[in-house]
Design a protein around this ligand. Structure first.
Ligand SMILES: Nc1ncnc2c1ncn2[C@@H]1O[C@H](COP(=O)(O)OP(=O)(O)OP(=O)(O)O)[C@@H](O)[C@H]1O
Ligand SMILES: [Mg+2]
Length: 429
């Protein structure tokens, strides 16, 4: 007979009990999963394209390979019990193969993930489910695009359905000629997404974690501000959002997670319109830039929560630890070396939490973020922005908060109007 203290710890009845996790993509999101994986003792294997990628620099176990190479992704799946994502652009056929052959659990599964991969599929599904979206059109040629622009009121936002990130693949147009390059690139089955240009008061983001059995945990709804279409500042919780509105938006995010069968973290990017409606912009099914505040500002950070959900463990408490947490992204600027600036920011304010991603600095590239938490929102914001300026090496480091950083700047952020050329395959959002 086995005595109680030598009896094996019972393993959950779930035959797919997850003891190791593979992450497709070696960007900063994979990197920030690593500390949580260590704490939970869930070995993490990272599929990265180079040893120099953000996560590969610190990962104890890295496979080198591309996210769109079936052999590489399958090799990762064979090494772990569950597969999850640093970015969402893994081809559906590869995921189907892994699911069909039961090489590992895919979380979120391909049927959910497609809504984060393809903005047309997402718009169509959310509209059919009755979730609030901007008015939108699917167009296949210049004539259809001109008709959609006219229907939208003479200006519209055109988006490439796949592969966009940080505003790449998003453009304001007034005529089909403004997107002639994208139309020329459309293959036989290709289409573009056109949306009305939403007159928004601000952008919000709602994050929920969902487990395979449907249990979920909702984070406070946050306000996010973009600079040149890249997330720059996040305030948690969103200022001025009353309890009823907050619950309504959290309910929307939970419903989307449930309807689409999401497993792991889901971020629902939202517009709060000038006339008071809330519309879904897009979805991300992984930890998201608008959730970085939670690493320092919530009882359970989003990276830990994502792993708990993917591994089918109990979800942690998503409650904030302070009345306000502000996150400011470090977007590459003049200074190529962040170490001196980071040292200065830490010297100046012991309450600033600095997160550097180990990436080479290029203008506008996300290379880190800072968070500050506290009781007084304006104080917390000012300190976070001061730290950002010190680290990035901007000359006005001692001055007032960045005038582009807050909702009071008066001009709502807008997508780029000029063509952008994606060079980085990673959404890294
Ligand atoms: N229909 C719209 N009306 C007004 N502004 C929009 C619209 N769609 C997008 N935007 C603006 O452009 C930004 C980028 O758009 P979107 O989120 O679709 O692109 P993305 O490049 O996929 O973003 P991410 O970096 O979050 O992956 C939004 O955050 C918002 O500021
Ligand atoms: Mg977005």
């Amino acid at each position: 007979m086995t005595s109680p203290d030598t009896a094996p710890v019972p393993v959950a009845a779930d035959p797919a009990c997850v003891r190791s996790i593979g992450v497709v993509g070696g960007g900063q999101l994979a990197r920030m999963m690593i500390p949580a994986a260590i704490e939970l003792d869930l070995p993490l294997v990272v599929l990265a394209t180079a040893e120099t990628e953000s996560a590969a620099r610190v990962s104890a176990d890295t496979l080198l390979g591309r996210h769109d190479d079936p052999a590489a992704v399958r090799a990762l799946a064979e090494r772990c019990d569950a597969l999850t994502f640093d970015h969402e652009h893994v081809p559906q056929e590869i995921l189907h193969g892994i699911e069909d052959d039961a090489l590992s659990a895919v979380r979120p599964g391909s049927a959910a993930l497609v809504h984060a991969q393809d903005k047309l599929v997402m718009r169509d599904r959310l509209t059919r489910l009755g979730h609030p979206c901007p008015r939108w059109w699917e167009v296949r040629d210049a004539a259809e695009l001109d008709a959609a622009i006219a229907a939208a009121g003479g200006r519209a936002v055109v988006k490439t359905p796949r592969g966009g990130y940080d505003g790449h693949g998003v453009r304001i147009v007034e005529t089909a000629a403004d997107a002639s390059d994208w139309i020329a690139d459309l293959g036989a089955d290709g289409a573009l997404l056109v949306e009305e240009l939403v007159d928004f008061r601000r952008e919000l983001s709602a994050q929920v974690a969902r487990r395979p059995d449907g249990a979920s945990a909702a984070y406070p709804v946050v306000q996010s501000t973009q600079r040149d279409s890249i997330c720059f500042e996040v305030i948690a919780p969103a200022p001025g959002l009353d309890e009823e509105r907050q619950q309504e938006i959290q309910g929307l995010a939970r419903a989307i997670a449930e309807d689409l069968g999401v497993v792991g973290m889901l971020a629902v990017e939202l517009f709060e319109t000038v006339d008071g409606r809330v519309l879904v912009n897009e979805l991300a099914m992984r930890p998201h830039n608008t959730g970085h505040w939670s690493m320092d500002g919530a009882v359970t950070g989003q990276f830990e929560q994502h792993l708990r959900a993917v591994a089918s463990r109990a979800l942690g408490d998503p409650s904030p630890k302070a009345p306000w947490t502000v996150m400011v992204n470090l977007l590459g600027g003049a200074s190529e070396d962040l170490a001196a600036g980071a040292a200065a920011a830490m010297e100046a304010d012991a309450g600033v939490k600095v997160h550097l991603y180990g990436k080479s600095v290029r203008p506008g590239r996300k290379v880190g973020h800072v968070t500050v938490a506290g009781d007084d929102l304006e104080d917390v914001r000012a300190r976070a922005h001061r730290a950002e300026r010190l680290i990035i090496g901007r000359a006005d480091a001692a001055g007032a908060p960045d005038e582009t950083a807050g909702p009071e700047s008066g001009t709502a952020p807008r997508p780029r109007t000029a063509p952008q050329d994606p060079t980085d395959p990673r959404s890294a959002a």
